[in-house]
Write a protein that binds this ligand. Structure first.
Ligand code: GLV
Length: 326
């Protein structure tokens, strides 16, 4: 190929990633002029980098020159992996512990603390001259409370470590893929989802979005939780039945819920969760710190270039795509 390969960067990524790409590729950044990419840009692209945009089979078919799909982030549920494999397209992503584990874990803990200490209301009471009402803001103290972790991968473990070492919480975890507790933490691994639901004062989810995890937390699971418990979700919206959660909150079945992720993003403004009591939301920003955005941008860009130059990248979500070359 004599002309430079074309990489369509469909959503904003940090400059370090763009600079890396610019050394050897033509980059298309439609977001810089405030718009989504168009069909012509996709048709020219040899690589596409996305954050939350979906890459379906029809998107792939509309990009006949595509050689690689780069997912800036750890979850790859917005890419049709099967369709990519069928078309011989590697899907590279940025799961390494160095990229965004700390950022997501810190946001998870801040959601927990902010929900338990009524952070939004505290701020409003000062601004709105409601000082006299401050006794209504009785907060939760987390020391010696039980954190229930579902999914003890890198992020789940980091949340457990912060909560245990920093806040003195006990940790109970459920992860059918983890057979032994991490050696540097005191974690009680339980065999069933029910046990973690029943024991948790704070339930935090750290799972990918798959057919198996869809609605893992529904009405029955919410009913098994303590009425004083809180649910934190900075993983994927699909894991929780959001209507059941809104109903449980309306009935006072839980202390509250703090969510960074939603079944539909952004959630419809009339979604019952948005008017449910004792909720705190953030707009899918858990991985978004300056450092983690730079690391993800750099890693996704590097791997897209590797794939375009025929090298095998380190993190490929559909390794079968290379099976025939093994
Ligand atoms: C963020 O949600 C990610 O999957 O990276």
């Amino acid at each position: 190929m004599s002309a430079k390969p074309v990489v369509l960067v469909a959503e904003p990524i940090a400059d370090v990633g763009l600079q890396f790409l610019a050394q050897c590729c033509e980059i298309i950044t439609p977001w810089k002029v405030g718009r989504a990419y168009n069909a012509e840009e996709l048709a020219r692209a040899n690589g596409i980098i996305i954050r939350l945009a979906k890459v379906t089979a029809s998107v792939m078919d509309a990009g006949p020159h595509l050689k690689v799909i780069g997912r800036h982030g750890v979850g790859v549920d917005n890419v049709d992996l099967k369709a990519a494999t069928q078309r011989g397209l590697p899907v590279v992503f940025t799961p390494s512990a160095l990229t965004m584990v700390n950022a997501v874990a810190e946001q998870t803990v801040q959601l927990m603390l902010a929900l338990g200490r009524h952070a939004v209301a505290e701020d409003q009471f000062v601004r709105q001259n409601r000082w006299a009402e401050r006794s209504s803001l009785l907060g939760v103290e987390f020391y010696q409370k039980t954190l229930g972790v579902i999914g003890l991968g890198a992020i789940g473990k980091k949340v457990a470590a912060i909560c245990q070492k920093g806040l003195g919480m006990k940790i109970v975890a459920y992860d059918p893929f983890v057979k032994a507790a991490p050696s540097d933490l005191e974690v009680t691994l339980v065999d069933s989802l029910l046990e973690v639901l029943q024991q948790a004062d704070v339930l935090t989810l750290h799972l990918p979005s798959t057919a198996e995890t869809a609605y893992l937390i529904g009405a029955k699971e919410l009913a098994a939780m303590k009425p004083t418990a809180m649910l934190i979700n900075a993983a994927r919206g699909s894991i929780v039945d959001s209507i059941a959660l809104a109903q449980a909150l309306q009935r006072g079945q839980l202390f509250g819920a703090a969510l960074d992720v939603f079944e539909e993003e952004p959630p419809a403004l009339d979604h019952p969760l948005l008017t449910a009591p004792r909720t705190l939301f953030s707009p899918h920003v858990a991985s978004m710190t300056g450092g983690s955005m730079a690391r993800m941008a750099e890693l996704v860009a590097r791997q897209v270039v590797q794939a375009l130059t025929g090298e095998r990248p380190s993190y490929v979500a559909n390794p079968d795509v290379y099976a025939s070359q093994a």
